[in-house]
Design a protein around this ligand. Sequence first.
Ligand code: HEM
Ligand code: NAG
Ligand code: NAG
Ligand code: NAG
Ligand code: NAG
Length: 337
Amino acid sequence: MSTLKLVLVASGLLFMIFAGGKSVSDSNRDDHQLSPSFYDETCPRVSSIVRKIVRRVQYKTHPRTISSLARLHFHDCFVNGCDGSILLDNTEKIESEKEALPNKNSLRGVEIIDEIKTAVEKACPATVSCADILAMAAAHSVCLSGGPSWRVRLGRRDSRIANRSGANVAIPMGFDTLDVLKSKFSAVGLNHTIDLVSLSGAHTFGRAQCGIILPRLYNFSNTGVPDPMLNPSFLPRLRRVCPRDGNGTTLANQDPTTPDTFDNNYFTVLKAKKGLLTSDQVLYSTPGADTIEIVNKFSASQTTFFKSFAQSMIKMGNISPLTGTHGEIRLNCRRVN
Ligand code: HEM
Ligand SMILES: *[C@@H]1O[C@H](CO)[C@@H](O)[C@H](O)[C@H]1NC(C)=O
Ligand SMILES: *[C@@H]1O[C@H](CO)[C@@H](O)[C@H](O)[C@H]1NC(C)=O
Ligand SMILES: *[C@@H]1O[C@H](CO)[C@@H](O)[C@H](O)[C@H]1NC(C)=O
Ligand SMILES: *[C@@H]1O[C@H](CO)[C@@H](O)[C@H](O)[C@H]1NC(C)=O
């Protein structure tokens, strides 16, 4: 085991000890029909099955690979609600969301969900939805990387449709302005200030492809110069990672200092004007924005950030779920039954 991995595990354990082993308070939220105890009778071990596989992947491959699971849940929830629609492959009837612009060539971690689904089907056949697996996998990826834990609300069912055109318009893009980010969050019922800043904090781990930031580094909006929002002293380092004529698929750390740890360093990075994506830096660098004071608050207190992140993740997980007799429990997350 590498030192890095040891540090990750130790910091995760420490957080749990300081938090008294309890999850962050999240009681004052509207939970719709979802409930943390949904599978208590039908599949009591489901959360530990999911956690075990996420942890195995974290050790077996690279720590960064599990961050992709948090992104999958986010991209699922922003299109027709958290209904597993993102996981459907192309067929004659289905235009996969995986090929929508925000997902194409950048969606990672789908194979991990397949692996989890196989294990869960073995333990509890035809019981646990792919949408719920995404929500649990996202939570475990955050927690196992040193972030907060929360009681994941369950009981979602899976869609029989995908919505590629919806994915193209609803999912935020790395070059979006603050106004566009705000309207996309409001469109799904999230708060365009507190939820936007909290959830953007997920960029404290994981990677982004150079292709997205090349214009910022070399020719911002065709002005011939780099993005003025980017700290000039940070530019040479980013340019080494992402050369002008390099391969746009090279991955850059979203958090330059603690790239694989879920912490509040993302907000300190924004204050130093070292945010990787335009959509990160606008939270702090848009003049007069109401998001600035939240960045300051989260940068000053990791506890405050963790509490708010957990609440916002629960809220995001509640976006128009299919429940009751709507939808289905897919047997294979990649196709409808
Ligand atoms: C606020 C609007 C957001 C925008 C514009 C945005 C955009 C992006 C982009 C462009 C990437 C890089 C993808 C690539 O090049 O491979 C990325 C990565 C990532 N995003 Fe976001 N994102 C946003 C919010 C979120 C939220 C709400 C979450 C989760 C709660 C999230 C989690 C992640 C993670 C974990 C990665 C790294 C994935 C990996 O390494 O595989 N993002 N995001
Ligand atoms: C697809 O998503 C868009 C954007 O969220 C939404 O307006 C539209 O109603 C969705 N279409 C279907 C068929 O669900
Ligand atoms: C969003 O959250 C902020 C800060 O918590 C709050 O002041 C504001 O009223 C909320 N806005 C909406 C539309 O709920
Ligand atoms: C920036 O992009 C514009 C438009 O594509 C181009 O005309 C210009 O030469 C570029 N400038 C630099 C310095 O690359
Ligand atoms: C960039 O790298 C990817 C993955 O290593 C490779 O498949 C692709 O062909 C490369 N593209 C270029 C233009 O070198």
